[in-house]
Design a protein around this ligand. Sequence first.
Ligand code: SAM
Length: 219
Amino acid sequence: MDDDVPDEAFKELHTGDIGGWGVAQIAAGTGLTVYVIWTGFVQPGFRRVPLRLQVPYIPASRIQVDHVMNLLRGRKGGFVDLGSGDGRIVLEAHQQGFTPAVGYELNPWLLRLARFKAWRAGHHEKVSYRREDLWKVDLTECKNITVFLAPSVLSLLQKKLEAELPEDALVIAGRFPFPDWTPYRVEGEGVHRAWAYNMQAQRQNSLKKNDSHEKQPQQ
Ligand SMILES: C[S@@+](CC[C@H](N)C(=O)[O-])C[C@H]1O[C@@H](n2cnc3c(N)ncnc32)[C@H](O)[C@@H]1O
């Protein structure tokens, strides 16, 4: 055994003389590790979703979940979380009496975790977590919807919700608001903020906006 080998390697690192090839190896190794973690654990199941629509997993905080539940107070019926992560919002909605309570999620690890948490809480037969792309889900029957997604996808999602949701639907956005909608209630501050939108009012606003655009004189 050559005891000097590790010492020499450390000395080489300390002097910073690892050369271009060494730098390339470290960069490739780090990049590969990040790529493996990203594709294997963070974003599996997203192969068919265009890159610009992919949203990473950032779970809602306890305060955010409480804000969502406050905004839902007085409502009943079905509940859907689009991009449900570990299922925390769906589980809480079920515990507050919403039924059916459904989460749509593409990441199989998060789906497993969500099902495990529902089972641990004794509600696994009452909530459902479905491996479906939220962009392909039919929303025509959904009355109460939450979305904790990235700002980059919200304007596109706005169009899908306007086209599909029933008139009496309530949409709650967490962390980021919808860019062109006007909330009728807001809960919380900063990153914990949640916005509630009434679908009927939203459609009326959109119609008014379109009317005023059409009435404007052509230049
Ligand atoms: C910011 S996290 C929110 C998770 C959860 N709603 C919460 O607040 O704890 C967004 C989630 O949406 C999921 N997601 C992103 N795009 C999706 C898609 N096209 N279909 C289904 N789920 C998607 C991600 O895997 C991620 O778990």
